[in-house]
Write a protein that binds this ligand. Sequence first.
Ligand code: ATP
Ligand code: MG
Length: 192
Amino acid sequence: MRASDIAAPVSEEAAVTLSVQGLGVSFHKRGEKVPALEDVSFDLRSGEVLALVGESGSGKSLTALAVMGLLPEAARVDRGAVLLENRDLVGLPAQEMTRLRGHRMSMIFQEPMTSLHPVLTIGRQLTEGLEFHLGLTPRAAAVRAGELLRLVGIPAASPAIRSSSSPTSRRRHSMFPSRRRSSACWRTSARG
Ligand SMILES: Nc1ncnc2c1ncn2[C@@H]1O[C@H](COP(=O)(O)OP(=O)(O)OP(=O)(O)O)[C@@H](O)[C@H]1O
Ligand SMILES: [Mg+2]
């Protein structure tokens, strides 16, 4: 994917929150280097929604994964910068990225069935980030998780909060796909 594939920002006034500059990513397999992203650049301003549009395999997911520091093991950032609020994330220690992910930046994965942990309850997956990033007690996090679920039409007392998302779970049908999606979205957006 190249810079020219990416749409221009819709607003020039708000502060730039995320700036991807000349990003290059390649895969290294058996001594061979295969470029996947070449010179990707875009700015994302506060309050702005930016869509990366392109054919399958053009590098949309890879761009998002590079920003999040979640590239597959064989992939490397060869060049460029990922500036989150003017701080370059490329090469940041894993521990530092863990502090940022799910707090200053989050990713809603395409498939909630696989993005939710298969053996943890939905409730636990919502409270984990609230406890880790916001320092809430388990009790306060559970209350907040209940509030967030209610906002998307899932009552806190619902079995959903206690159910797992595992495809192999005996309770796998206890949560409709739209509810899994809502839970996945709240899990990623509730921690800021
Ligand atoms: N694990 C991997 N190993 C080798 N190459 C990979 C790997 N993951 C992605 N790629 C390659 O990187 C390129 C970009 O892939 P990416 O998944 O970002 O595309 P995409 O735009 O998200 O496609 P889609 O619309 O199908 O989701 C593709 O050429 C793909 O083959
Ligand atoms: Mg993709």
